[in-house]
Write a protein that binds this ligand. Structure first.
Ligand SMILES: *[C@@H]1O[C@H](CO)[C@@H](O)[C@H](O)[C@H]1NC(C)=O
Ligand SMILES: *[C@@H]1O[C@H](CO)[C@@H](O)[C@H](O)[C@H]1NC(C)=O
Ligand SMILES: *[C@@H]1O[C@H](CO)[C@@H](O)[C@H](O)[C@H]1NC(C)=O
Ligand SMILES: *[C@@H]1O[C@H](CO)[C@@H](O)[C@H](O)[C@H]1NC(C)=O
Ligand SMILES: *[C@@H]1O[C@H](CO)[C@@H](O)[C@H](O)[C@H]1NC(C)=O
Ligand SMILES: *[C@@H]1O[C@H](CO)[C@@H](O)[C@H](O)[C@H]1NC(C)=O
Ligand SMILES: *[C@@H]1O[C@H](CO)[C@@H](O)[C@H](O)[C@H]1NC(C)=O
Ligand SMILES: *[C@@H]1O[C@H](CO)[C@@H](O)[C@H](O)[C@H]1NC(C)=O
Length: 621
């Protein structure tokens, strides 16, 4: 079995390696060869372009490169001709915040699928490309903060999918073309040398979009009935419209006010997803002080080796974000960068360490590599802001899967998956315990820190944060259910207290109950206490999650896991098993996926018998 699996794995790795887009790889290497880059680019010729190269994203079958994102990589030079233009399938090109100078090479016109173009904050000069209509799919164009001169080519009016056009802070002159593109949502041409009158089609944008030009005094912003989002209203029949106007002048007024506020508040986002990009402004950006923003240019996210993401702090702050949860150590966001990449950003609070100590801990956490440990991708430290960046896992946390949406329409977490979670989590934690010469501690094991990706792989996350925290007020309620009784200061977690928390997780998987539960009389009951009492008093299978009752022939396995869980949560730390032994114990319940149950399980033992054994072992402590 194992041999077959190994062959399969090797085969997969082999396939991945040869599936690399060879010609795109050559083009990228040529690009790197001809441009200075003082930040190291981990483009190793013998490693996979699609899976390891910084800033490179491939399509699904890994046959072509579809995105190149190298923001803030200290690129210095002009774009070498006949390099990027060979990436003919590319959709996203982001080279912003570098020191690239010279013209935009005319051969980029070959990139027919180009959709997102970010070249802002460079030193490009010369005219804009004359014929924009070759890029039929172009949706977002940001060429701001460069030294482009000449006029805005009228071919830009042919870009029917354009949602964002930012040309601010250049030296563009001449008339503004009549950009009558209904999809256009964001425009900024400010701080150029544009002349003539503002075309009618652009009068719907706020005057600040055109400020600092040689234009005649800006006309007042038109009433919002020509806003694209209001277009539908013109189809409303006249009597209805009249009714609305007569009946609701005040409402219209409020609507206008809201629209104006919306227009202004979207100016930071550039990703053309209006609904969400407003949310981010309210989440990630909020709380980042002015001072931090001005530091953005000087301080960078620190990335770890083998990470093929490329973005900077500014990206993170501007990305559309969604609050995933508020935990002991801060708030976690899901942030969608530019067009495709999604990452998880953890914003830490209550930190009690200086920069050096923080960085040391991050470097240690970031160096941990294991198939069941969520890799830390990047971190950021400034006086006011400490961020950690992880991958986004599509199925979310075990806590959300186990406890979320109970009731109708829910797909229960099946027993095989729970076993797999137990085994993988144990392996991940055991690996963590071998780090730093066997001294590393997770410190905050709980269902909400363990994640499943779309393939159902399990990842242990949020490692090693507890030691960085300020002393917490005594009952950190949320953690309480997982915290070993001997731990009074969460910064002083040990391997044994990790084992306790893991035991609680096992009980959670078995019972489907949270680590702490509130009874009808508002009394908080810890899961461990509850399981102990049920097992002691009733010797029945009542502890098990009702959702598990539908699976046949798993009682023995559940009882085995219960025994392991209860061994982990004994009061006396020295009596708890070691993580490496626990891995073996959990693996022996059944080799999920690869093993055959009947080979491994011992002949039928009666369930009540097994449970009463636990009962007496519990009673002994
Ligand atoms: C490139 O990858 C190969 C194999 O993965 C490795 O042996 C080599 O050291 C790497 N080279 C660099 C410069 O990182
Ligand atoms: C770019 O390179 C040139 C010469 O190699 C150097 O003089 C210049 O300072 C560099 N610019 C930046 C911003 O690093
Ligand atoms: C451009 O995109 C289309 C649609 O996604 C795809 O069919 C086509 O192959 C792409 N062109 C190139 C050169 O990859
Ligand atoms: C643009 O700038 C270059 C020098 O950087 C100059 O030679 C050229 O005449 C300028 N073009 C226009 C239209 O101003
Ligand atoms: C728009 O595209 C059409 C066909 O591709 C072309 O004939 C026309 O000249 C373009 N318009 C401008 C203003 O470039
Ligand atoms: C233009 O430059 C100014 C000053 O450097 C800056 O404050 C502003 O944000 C820039 N505008 C855009 C749209 O990037
Ligand atoms: C704008 O145009 C005027 C007149 O052509 C010129 O004197 C001025 O230097 C230009 N300003 C910029 C920022 O290009
Ligand atoms: C355009 O950019 C300028 C700064 O260059 C800023 O003041 C203005 O608010 C922006 N306008 C819009 C509509 O984004």
């Amino acid at each position: 079995m194992n041999l077959l699996f190994a062959i399969f794995l090797l085969g997969t790795i082999f396939l991945l390696t040869i599936a690399d887009p060879v010609e795109d790889k050559e083009a990228l290497l040529d690009f790197r060869r001809h441009i200075q880059h003082s930040r190291s680019l981990n483009w190793n010729e013998s490693s996979s372009v699609c899976n390891t190269w910084t800033g490179v994203t491939c399509n699904e079958d890994q046959s072509r490169v579809i995105a190149l994102r190298l923001p803030a990589m200290a690129l210095n030079g002009s774009i070498p001709p006949n390099t990027i233009s060979r990436l003919s399938a590319i959709e996203t090109l982001s080279l912003r915040s570098n020191s690239i100078y010279g013209f935009i090479p005319s051969d980029l016109s070959k990139l027919q699928n180009l959709t997102y173009l970010y070249l802002e904050f460079n030193r490009f000069s010369g005219p804009l490309p004359l014929d924009f209509s070759v890029w039929k799919k172009l949706t977002v164009v940001d060429l701001s903060n460069n030294f482009f001169n000449g006029s805005i080519p009228s071919s830009i009016t042919n870009l029917t999918r354009l949602t964002t056009l930012i040309l601010a802070n250049n030296s563009l002159s001449g008339d503004i073309p009549d950009l009558n593109v209904p999809s256009l949502q964001q425009l900024n041409l400010s701080n150029n040398n544009l002349t003539g009158s503002v075309p009618h089609s652009l009068q719907r944008f706020p005057s600040s979009a055109l400020s600092e030009n040689a234009l005649p005094p800006a006309l007042p912003v038109q009433p919002p009935n020509i806003q694209p989002s209001m277009r539908k209203h013109s189809r409303i029949s006249e009597p209805t419209l009249l009714g609305i106007i007569l009946g609701g002048c005040v409402l219209v007024f409020v609507a206008i006010a809201i629209l104006i506020i919306c227009c202004y508040s979207t100016k930071g986002g550039r990703d053309g997803r209006p609904a969400k990009s407003q949310k981010i402004e309210k989440s990630l950006k909020k709380g980042v002080s002015e001072r931090t923003e001005s530091q953005v240019k000087n301080s960078r996210l620190v990335f770890f080796e083998g990470c093929n993401l490329a973005f900077d702090l500014e990206d993170l702050l501007r990305a559309s974000a969604e609050v995933l949860g508020k935990g002991t150590f801060g708030t976690t966001y899901k942030a969608a960068l530019e067009d495709a990449t999604t990452v998880v950003v953890k914003r830490l609070k209550e930190l009690n360490v200086g920069k050096r100590e923080f960085e040391q801990q991050m470097e240690m956490v970031g160096s941990i590599r294991h198939e069941n440990v969520a890799p830390l991708r990047a971190y950021y430290y400034s006086k006011d802001e400490k961020l950690m960046v992880y991958d986004y896992y599509h199925q979310g946390s075990i806590s959300a899967i186990l406890h979320g949406r109970r009731g109708e329409g829910r797909t229960a977490l099946d027993w095989d998956t729970r076993l797999r979670i137990a085994i993988s989590t144990a392996r991940g934690i055991a690996h963590i315990h071998t780090e730093n010469g066997g001294k590393f501690v997770h410190g905050d094991i709980r269902a909400s820190n363990i994640f499943l990706n779309s393939q159902g792989n399990v990842y242990v996350s949020d490692i090693g944060l507890a030691t960085l925290m300020s002393p917490m007020p005594p009952p950190v309620v949320r953690a309480a259910g997982y915290r070993a009784p001997e731990v009074t200061d969460i910064r002083k977690a040990t391997h044994a207290s990790d084992v306790y928390s893991f035991g609680v997780l096992l009980l959670e998987l078995l019972t489907g109950k949270s680590s702490t539960n509130t009874t009808g009389s508002d009394e908080v009951v810890h899961l461990v206490r509850w399981v102990n009492s049920v097992v002691r008093e009733e010797w029945t299978a009542e502890v098990f999650d009702v959702e598990l009752l539908r699976y046949p022939n798993i009682e023995e396995e559940m009882v085995e896991m219960l025994q392991i869980g209860m061994a982990c949560v004994v009061r006396i730390p020295e009596q708890r098993p070691k993580m490496l032994d626990i891995v073996k114990m959990v693996e022996e319940i059944r080799q999920v996926g690869t093993g055959n149950k009947s080979e491994i399980s011992s002949p039928t033992t009666s369930t009540p018998q097994a449970i009463s054994e636990i009962g007496s072992s519990v009673a002994a402590h």
